[in-house]
Design a protein around this ligand. Structure first.
Ligand SMILES: *Cc1c(COP(=O)(O)O)cnc(C)c1O
Length: 238
């Protein structure tokens, strides 16, 4: 079997094994993170059953999207969001996982074409405390989330689906588990308050099984599906 379908089948098996052993009893969605990978690899993953693809850089994503129009793909935006990119992001994506401020929410709402479904959004949480990371810091997350949530009432073209996080870049598993647990706690609190919330987006190539063990139901996997990132498409520096 070629490598991409083989990787996907291995990941599916690992996910099923992990779900069978945990108490959350949920299905887990895979977003294949295709940044830095070419069209033909996306098609290969699509043929192996993947329907959700994630990209971090707008220009790179738009170029791929126009080549892949005939494929029924759900596109997820995962990268940092600049205000001047909001119009193209909301016109071209089904999900945005990296929302972290009201200003961006307003722009994504206002530019969302009315004939489209509301844009699915996750709020990015900085669960590691590292200052270089984007997202709302976990320590005062509830207060910051309150601001974002109250603004949602006037933003009918957005649908809040959940929260997303990238954990600390560390080998210390206990540290990562602590972060996953605080994310799960925040997620359950949010879910109680907002009925559209159903997504805890955490877990990447190196830690997706651990994330699922701690309640994740959407994993974003690049390297473990496609191998090391190779191409740098023009404009991918955003
Ligand atoms: C690149 C990226 C991923 C995928 O990372 P891998 O380690 O290659 O699986 C997931 N989420 C976000 C936000 C990313 O930027």
């Amino acid at each position: 079997m070629p490598i991409i379908p083989k990787n996907i089948s291995q990941i599916n098996q690992n996910i099923q094994k992990t779900i069978a052993h945990n108490t959350f009893n949920e299905q887990v969605s895979i977003v294949a993170v295709s940044k830095g990978h070419s069209f033909d690899k996306i098609v290969s993953a699509f043929d192996a059953g993947i329907r959700n693809f994630g990209e971090n850089y707008l220009q790179e994503a738009l170029e791929k999207k126009s080549h892949l129009e005939k494929f029924a793909i759900q596109w997820h935006f995962l990268g940092p969001i600049q205000s001047n990119k909001c119009k193209l992001i909301t016109e071209n994506f089904d999900w945005v996982h990296s929302v972290d401020r009201v200003k961006v929410m307003k722009l994504l709402n206002d530019f969302r074409p009315l004939h489209m479904m509301p844009l699915n959004i996750c709020i990015q949480i900085n669960c590691s405390g590292e200052e270089t990371k984007s997202g709302i810091t976990i320590n005062n997350a509830i207060e910051s989330l309150n601001d974002l949530i109250s603004s949602l009432k006037e933003l009918p073209m957005l649908k809040l689906r959940g929260i997303m996080s990238i954990p600390s870049n560390t080998e210390n598993v206990d540290q990562i588990i602590t972060e996953f647990k605080s994310m799960y706690k925040l997620y359950t609190e949010l879910k109680k308050r907002i009925h559209t919330v159903d997504t805890l987006s955490m877990g990447m190539s190196n830690d997706y099984a651990l994330a699922i063990e701690h309640g994740s139901n959407l994993v974003r996997i690049g390297t473990a599906i496609f191998g090391a990132r190779e191409i740098k498409i023009k404009g991918s520096d955003n």
